[in-house]
Design a protein around this ligand. Structure first.
Ligand code: HEC
Length: 184
């Protein structure tokens, strides 16, 4: 059987499974399922609100990437969702809302800028490749605090392999969605 997950039932199912990473890992292997890594990030009301925002953004970005890939990508020459979304990521950052990164977990990124670049990204990718469904850290910069989160990106459809030939036959996550959100 091919390892690439193909969801005939369509985009919403793919996005739903992608978002609910725990159910995805559970089907991949019950035994290897691991808990989220939260690194003692406290559970204060501010952090609960920020976590909710992280979950919302994770769902939004993953659903949008699946919808665009499903409906607008016809081949390798198409504009990739991952490419088009760099403009959205930049607008969010420039306006001070949050930062987003599509991270590679295979060691062979399409764009080398997407290789894990700092200790958070490296630790997050390591935990996610090891089966964690969520990785969190908290950082202070000056007088501001930020919640850093990362969740797994599996190969949700055959089309992903059209451009990322290194995803062929890969079991488990091939990347991670990283977020940096101000705690307010
Ligand atoms: C049309 C070609 C194409 C398709 C189809 C495609 N990608 Fe990509 N992908 C790209 C390009 C180009 C980049 C680099 C974007 C950038 O940062 O400018 C990228 C970046 C990524 C990254 C960040 C790491 C890296 O390799 O740079 C991940 C993770 C990713 N894609 C996952 C997926 C998944 C999952 C799918 C299927 C839903 C998919 N891609 C479908 C072309 C594609």
């Amino acid at each position: 059987m091919r390892n690439v997950l193909v969801f005939g039932a369509g985009v919403m199912l793919a996005a739903g499974l992608w978002f609910d990473a725990s159910s995805w890992t559970a089907t991949a292997s019950q035994e290897q399922e691991k808990l989220p890594v939260k690194n003692d990030v406290p559970n204060t009301p501010e952090i609960q609100r920020t976590r909710k925002q992280a979950k919302m953004l994770d769902t939004l970005y993953k659903t949008a990437i699946v919808v665009v890939t499903e409906n607008y990508v016809t081949g390798e020459e198409s504009m990739a969702a991952g490419d088009a979304f760099q403009a959205i990521f930049k607008a969010m950052k420039d306006n001070g809302f949050h930062e987003v990164r599509l991270l590679d977990a295979t060691g062979q990124p399409y764009d080398s800028d997407n290789a894990p670049a700092n200790s958070f990204e490296k630790n997050a990718v390591k935990a996610i490749v090891g089966g964690s469904t969520l990785y969190e850290e908290m950082v202070r910069e000056g007088d501001k605090s930020f919640l850093l989160t990362a969740t797994p990106i599996p190969v949700v459809m055959e089309k992903c392999v059209t451009c990322h030939s290194n995803y062929e036959g890969v079991q488990g996550p091939i990347g991670a969605l990283g977020l940096k959100i101000p705690i307010e």
